[in-house]
Design a binder for this molecule. Structure first.
Ligand code: 6PG
Length: 239
């Protein structure tokens, strides 16, 4: 695991964008494609806008397949939709084939949505547990990540490859990649910014890789690379 600290959200996003571009080009060269799962929430918006503004040409988006780590169970045009946030900040501004964009579908029931996404992942990856090249994650102030929340058991976090979960914060119903998919990724990047994340970041890092941690974010320990991109506001002040 490595932790990279930056003075601001802007510079954190620039650092992450640079590494994403490098991974994208390496993956496309060696495997013919780059598969990335986006995270939701507010932190990654700056990164997505930067990717659209500064990497629209240096990343060959024809080889990039975009997935989501989790989604709220809302229509895709709902202000709370992670897909909508990514569409506005990135997807509408780059030359990426529509067939390369794989949102978590909003179907008649959450289970239908998660089942459909599971089927799509298994058909695209031809693996029981998909191996994504990169999964972006955020950190909730309660230690959740994607839509894996404290209080969920290991079994619940791995009840398939895409699962339906219940969020303490609205919107209440979510669909999420299972922990086993996150931990099967070649690379995982956490993006953490802001004073309000200082306590939880310290607590999660202290339990990093502990499979019994009450913090789902601490249970993320991918077989590939794990990098924390954090800003100084979220870091414990060095005494
Ligand atoms: C979501 C995210 C969630 C998010 C964290 C951090 O759907 O909300 O997947 O896990 O990454 O809650 O959110 P912020 O970046 O807004 O602090």
């Amino acid at each position: 695991m490595s932790l990279k600290s930056f003075p601001s959200l802007e510079s954190l996003s620039a650092g992450a964008a640079k590494e994403i571009a490098s991974l994208a080009n390496q993956s496309a060269a060696s495997r013919g494609r780059f598969t990335i799962a986006l995270s939701g929430g507010s932190t990654p918006r700056t990164l997505y806008e930067m990717l659209a503004r500064e990497y629209s040409k240096t990343i060959d988006w024809r080889h990039v397949h975009i997935f989501w780590g989790d989604e709220r169970y809302v229509p895709q045009d709902d202000p709370a939709s992670n897909y909508r946030m990514a569409k506005e900040s990135l997807l509408d501004k780059i030359n990426i084939p529509e067939k390369n964009i794989h949102p978590i579908p909003y179907l008649s029931t959450p289970t239908d949505s998660s089942d459909a996404y599971s089927k799509e992942l298994q058909s695209l990856f031809k693996e029981e547990i998909p191996t994504l090249d990169l999964i972006l994650l955020g950190l909730g102030s309660d230690g959740h990540t994607a839509s894996l929340f404290p209080g969920m058991t290991e079994e619940e976090m791995n009840a398939g490859i895409v699962i339906v979960t219940h969020s303490p914060a609205p919107p209440p119903i979510r669909t999420s990649l299972a922990l086993q998919v996150i931990n099967n990724a070649r690379n995982v990047f956490f993006l953490v910014s802001g004073e309000e994340k200082k306590e939880i970041l310290k607590a999660v890092l202290a339990e990093e890789g502990n499979p019994d941690s009450k913090y789902p974010a601490a249970r993320v320990y991918p077989r590939g690379g794990l990098v924390w991109f954090v800003d100084e506001a979220a870091m414990e002040n060095k005494k």
